[in-house]
Design a binder for this molecule. Sequence first.
Ligand code: NAD
Length: 497
Amino acid sequence: MSIQHVPENLPERIQHFIGGEFVDSLDGGTFDVIEPVSNQTYREASAGKQADIDRAVAVAQQAFEEGPWPGMLPRERARILNRIADIVETRNERLAELETFDTGLPITQALGQANRAAENFRFFADLIVAQADDTYKVPSKQVNYVNRKPKGVAGLITPWNTPFMLESWKLAPALASGCAVVLKPAEFTPLSAGLWPEIFREAGVPDGVFNLVNGIGEEAGDALVKHEDVRLISFTGESATGSLIFANAAPTLKGLSMELGGKSPAVVFADADLDAAIDSTVFGVFSLNGERCTAGSRILVERSIYDEFVRRYVERAKNVKVGDPHDPATEVGALVHPEHYAKVTEYIEIGKTEATLAVGGGRPPGLESGNYVQPTVFVDVPPTARIFQEEIFGPVVAITPFDTDEEALRLANDVKYGLAAYVWTTNLERAHNVGQRIDAGMVWLNSHNVRDLRTPFGGVKASGLGHEGGYRSLDFYSDQQAMHISLTPAHTPKFGA
Ligand code: NAD
């Protein structure tokens, strides 16, 4: 199959951006980038290695130590961040076109990502201007205050699902705090990150403050993690990669923020508004192709409504429109890469041996090539099943019945992950009691995933370490130095007097 819908004006090669210039790898190395509808290579990207990371970190370090960025007044940096937001918003259509082409996300879901990304910059612009740090008084004795300082060079490592938006989630607080950054985007989807250099230049970010190195995780990512001048790593990706990064960062004692995988439960009680719960749980696992960290990929349903729920859910899943991601009618597009497609379809085969397949189960009829998977629903899934326990990261859902609140909680918590959870009930007391006892970093009551940027973001257990969101993100990217001022002569024991 030939490549279609190729966006106009693609760069000849997807390059690094270091010190204000687009550059190749020092050894000239590249890797192939494919698009997920034809699985053909559409471009080569520069494959960053240790030497390229060294170069980018040195430039970032210099910009941090000698450039104006870290010492600017918050208002000055905020003005630039707001300009970034303005520019990002105007590129919504271009961004959607690039994301859909590179990731296989349906175009209607890719549209709007630029607005989310812009909002991240606007939000952190507001936050740094409003930022107040603590001062403490010990009457007549001491005054203490906090001197907040940007940490230095931040390493940002991001995944391939909604890549531009997730990059903005790290870039905005890192830059707002005054750090210089080296971004290593996911190798499956490096295209949209190439929009940042122009955006930052137009907005007035000084050269060297933002650097981008493409490459394979085990090479470019690994070199960034192990670099001794990189003060922190903000990572979003799989839990297994997160553990490895944790170990690899230990010798250089870096700050780490880890946003990892999930297997989030949606708990539907018999007293729930069933129409709303079905809309939300269908959307919750099939939107963004199911390639969504907070996907509600396990649905736990109270037994008295189980049969009705399953019947209605399966009807809806059957009708979800899979197809060309560029078609505005498409609801589920093509999975990002053949390797990921193989992983998802393997889980579907495993699921067939573990539970009852109610709908889907493979490639949709009529779509003989491309990484297409039918929305797949397994029912009566036992909690020991791998499809109940493990993150699939595709349009596949496991439905399991429960009898009591305690059993629902046990099932919800019986996995290694703890990113998000969704609770559906019209009983206010139960909603709060069950929600608060679920081991998840984020819980939504009678809603799918809609988040105020001030709230904590992150998971517990294998889903992450360290919460970002609001001021927590600024804390992660800055050191808070304690300054102590004595108001009286110091009474020091006179050793050796
Ligand atoms: P991944 O872990 O394979 O890769 C993520 C990034 O890490 C990529 O840029 C990759 O190149 C890099 N990387 C890989 N090995 C590395 C190494 N040894 N050292 C340094 N960097 C390395 O994840 P993915 O497949 O790109 O993304 C999907 C995963 O991300 C899913 O598990 C999903 O749940 C998770 N995710 C989590 C959140 C969250 O906020 N919790 C958000 C989105 C995605």
